[in-house]
Design a protein around this ligand. Structure first.
Ligand code: NIG
Ligand code: FE
Length: 414
């Protein structure tokens, strides 16, 4: 029942010994094997090495990858890809010069998406979301995290999380669910934010936990949304249900969200467009992964996360899409990897590490995906013929994928 990939020009991200993530200078090291073979058995990576050691068994399928490269699929650790409709109207407002906050203040933004989602049936929401999921798998994503946060009522937050659960059941890539009830304060609670926090903690969280709908908990810790104090209150409550934090911090302002994340052992702190020296220092010697979302910076025209400084300071760094209708309506990890090189000055090796093994860590999947390691899932990208792996980020907007394999099965061929 084995499949052989032979004559692989370069097998990328080979980690014979499993690792959790890479940081600092090690991020610039991307181990590869030139002229390689790889064997898939029962959906897992069973063997790999140099062509001269290629086994001579009877394979059920042999894929000749001459001139092409094989790498692990992208690990997208931060998305909001379950949403209703879109926000195309706000796109025009943005083009006309309004900022993200100005659009939100005039009734757009997260509350606009929440209204639409509340009016959408669970099945319709599932149908809309599965199209997006299939699209990003075809673009090379082989593991993904999806957040709630466009429900903002007990019923609609559960609706979103049930849709994520259904995606988990029906698709064969690993999917992690994050409860983001604290994404925005609904209008009904405009003058009573604590009332909304009470609802979230006393009503939403117990139901989310009872139905096992979330793996992680998130908060949009930002001026005008949830303060550090609010964030800590929610993280404390999440902890009683065993939910580890992965939080939105420092998108527009540095108000202490990074420190709150570190204090509560967040698996990741995401966005980080605004980073003080103190924020950088706070991440040292922790197990919290800094995550950058260059698609969001690109779309909103806000600063890019200072990933170069983070890595130069010895820290790890992961990349994700932030796929959502308001700040990053794209789930294309190829674009994210390119943009990290072009706008954040990461090398191709750093960007590929950030989008594979470090992304896997940022959603607790480092034992299953993110590298070419025996017994990890055979979630693989087969490239078109290319000169070097640097060509993957270099040719931005023209992704170089020929086929995507999930558990060793071909999902799509271009
Ligand atoms: O990560 N910043 C908070 N949440 C999303 C945007 C949500 C939206 O605008 O719909 C983000 O950028
Ligand atoms: Fe986000």
């Amino acid at each position: 029942m084995a499949t052989l990939f032979k004559n692989i020009k370069e097998l990328i991200q080979v980690r014979t010994e499993p690792i959790a993530f890479v940081s600092g200078k090690d991020m610039n090291i991307l181990p590869t094997i030139k002229n390689a073979f790889l064997v898939v058995e029962d959906g897992l990576i069973a063997d790999f090495g140099k062509m001269e050691d290629c086994p001579n068994n009877d394979f059920i399928e042999v894929i000749d990858a001459a001139g092409k490269m094989v790498l692990p699929t992208w690990c997208d650790s931060h998305t909001h890809m379950v949403y209703a409709g879109n926000r195309e109207n706000e796109f025009v407002d943005k083009i006309n010069g309004l900022t993200y906050q100005e659009i939100a203040n005039k009734g757009g933004g997260i509350l606009n998406s929440a209204k639409l989602l509340q009016e959408t049936s669970e099945d319709d929401l599932y149908q809309q979301s599965k199209i997006r999921l299939e699209e990003v798998i075809a673009l090379g994503t082989g593991a993904i995290e999806i957040k709630s946060g466009y429900g903002l009522t007990v019923e609609s937050e559960l609706k979103m999380l049930r849709v994520i659960k259904r995606l988990k059941e029906n698709y064969s890539i690993p999917i992690k669910a994050t409860f983001l009830g604290a994404h925005a304060v609904p209008n009904e609670y405009k003058n009573n934010k604590d009332g909304y926090l009470d609802l979230l903690i006393n009503d939403m969280l117990p139901l989310v936990a009872k139905e096992h709908l979330a793996d992680y908990i998130d908060v949009f810790c930002e001026e005008g949304y949830f303060s550090v104090k609010d964030t800590e209150r929610i993280l404390e409550a999440g902890k009683t249900y065993g939910l580890q934090p992965k939080i939105h911090v420092n998108q527009f302002t540095s108000i202490g969200g990074v420190q709150a994340g570190v204090k509560h052992h967040a698996l990741s702190v995401d966005h980080l467009e605004e980073m003080s020296k103190y924020d950088m220092e706070s991440l040292q010697n922790t197990k919290t992964m800094p995550v950058g979302l260059p698609g969001c910076s690109f779309f909103l025209g806000i600063p890019f996360t200072p990933a170069r400084q983070l890595i130069d300071a010895g820290l790890p760094f992961a990349l994700a899409t932030d796929y959502n209708p308001g700040s990053s309506p794209s789930g294309n990890m190829n674009f994210v990897v390119s943009t990290a090189c072009i706008k954040m000055n990461l090398t191709p090796e750093e960007a590929i590490n950030a989008a594979t093994i470090n992304g896997a860590y940022a959603m607790g999947l480092q034992d299953k995906v993110g590298s070419i390691t025996k017994d990890k899932r055979a979630n693989l990208i087969l490239t078109k013929p290319i000169n070097s792996h640097g060509c993957i980020p270099y040719s931005f907007g023209n992704h170089k994928i020929e086929a995507v394999f999930i558990n060793g099965e071909k999902k799509l061929e271009y």
